[in-house]
Design a protein around this ligand. Structure first.
Ligand code: ZN
Length: 350
């Protein structure tokens, strides 16, 4: 766990130990929280796991849902969350569960837990992953560094050279190169990861096939009454980095494709990567114009009544793999950490 996560963990503990998560509810708690999840699977105990923030264990998911129930919160789907944002004020806080990308482990490990709690959930499908064609570049990047003893890349004219024989060396290479590439055009990022993957002898499409639900598996999920299908674009781009003639079809055609393949209306969208550099006001408008009733970012925060005019710019609360404990979740659902993080602003839609 890095320093930043250690500091967050200490803050979460302090918030719950002082009981602030209860007395501060009026201060920071909104209408609800949209929880963001990616992988749900037993922890493999890896010494190098740079994407660990994107996975939680099935046991922790069960603990988290029990906590939501113990606190007296309502588990709701995204249709109901939208209704609560725009509707009259309710006494009970609402929690929605959203899963990005369309991983097979969501069915294998999350679904049994979700059923036990009768929890509504939303699955944001990336059509290129369901086609087993698009690249899970951040996972390929992790696998390549795991396999390689030396990583050398030139990014923006600067040479990044790392000895990656130890787990520490691999983590240092990941942190350095990941953020250097994120600052570059997306085509350059993807090309660099593809080069490293080839160097490591990695089969990217096989990885997507191994991890992601195909269309037949998704169609089989239509019988789950508590599941809402959403869209997560076609190829998972950082939309705001691209011209509108790329960003718009990624949003519009993903909606139609998921509707066509699964035969259900698709009214909810998640922006890939979802930070301010990947989804901004242009994307919020594109999603609204495409007919989505809600769209979620990865900007951190609760949803408030003030989001009624911004339903395609909703923040989320990450159920983060580095913080799989009740103190952290209690603190996050109190809203208090976001009051500080967002400097008291309820809306972050710019
Ligand atoms: Zn995603």
């Amino acid at each position: 766990m890095n320093l930043r996560h250690t500091a967050f963990a200490a803050a979460f503990r302090a918030i719950t130990l002082t009981g602030a998560d209860r007395w501060a509810r009026g201060l920071g708690q909104g209408v609800g929280a949209v929880l963001m999840l990616h992988h749900v699977r037993p922890w493999a105990g890896l010494s190098f796991a740079p994407n660990r923030l994107l996975e939680v264990t099935p046991d922790w998911l069960a603990d988290a849902l029990q906590l939501v129930r113990d606190e007296g919160y309502d588990l709701v789907g995204m249709d109901e969350m939208a209704a609560r944002i725009t509707g009259p004020k309710r006494d009970r806080f609402a929690v929605a569960l959203t899963f990005d990308d369309g991983y097979r482990d969501n069915v294998e490990h999350a679904l049994p837990v979700l059923k036990r709690f009768a929890a509504p959930w939303t699955l944001y499908v990336t059509t290129g992953y369901a086609d087993h064609a698009a690249s899970l570049w951040w996972i390929e990047f992790e696998h390549a560094i795991r396999a390689l003893d030396q990583v050398t890349l030139t990014i923006g004219g600067r040479i990044h050279d790392h000895d990656t024989r130890s787990p520490e060396g691999k983590q240092a290479a990941f942190d350095d190169i990941y953020w250097a590439l994120r600052a570059r055009p997306e085509a350059e990022l993807r090309a660099a990861v593809a080069r490293l993957a080839a160097q490591a002898g990695l089969d990217g499409p096989a990885l997507t096939r191994q991890l992601c639900l195909g269309w037949d598996e998704l169609r089989a999920l239509k019988q789950e009454p508590s599941l809402t299908f959403g869209a997560h674009t076609m190829t998972h781009p950082m939309l705001a980095k691209h011209p509108v003639h790329v960003a718009q079809p990624e949003i519009v055609e993903a909606k139609y494709r998921v509707e066509f393949e699964l035969g259900v209306p698709v009214e909810h969208l998640a922006y890939p990567v979802g930070d301010a550099g990947s989804a901004g006001p242009r994307e919020f408008e594109l999603a609204r114009a495409a007919g989505f009733s809600t769209a979620v970012t990865t900007r951190p925060g609760h949803v408030f009544a003030a989001h009624a005019g911004h339903l395609t710019a909703l923040p989320r609360v990450s159920l983060n793999g580095f913080h799989q404990n009740r103190a952290a979740l209690k603190a996050l659902l109190s809203g208090l950490p976001f009051v500080a993080l967002n400097q008291g602003r309820k809306l972050d839609v710019g």
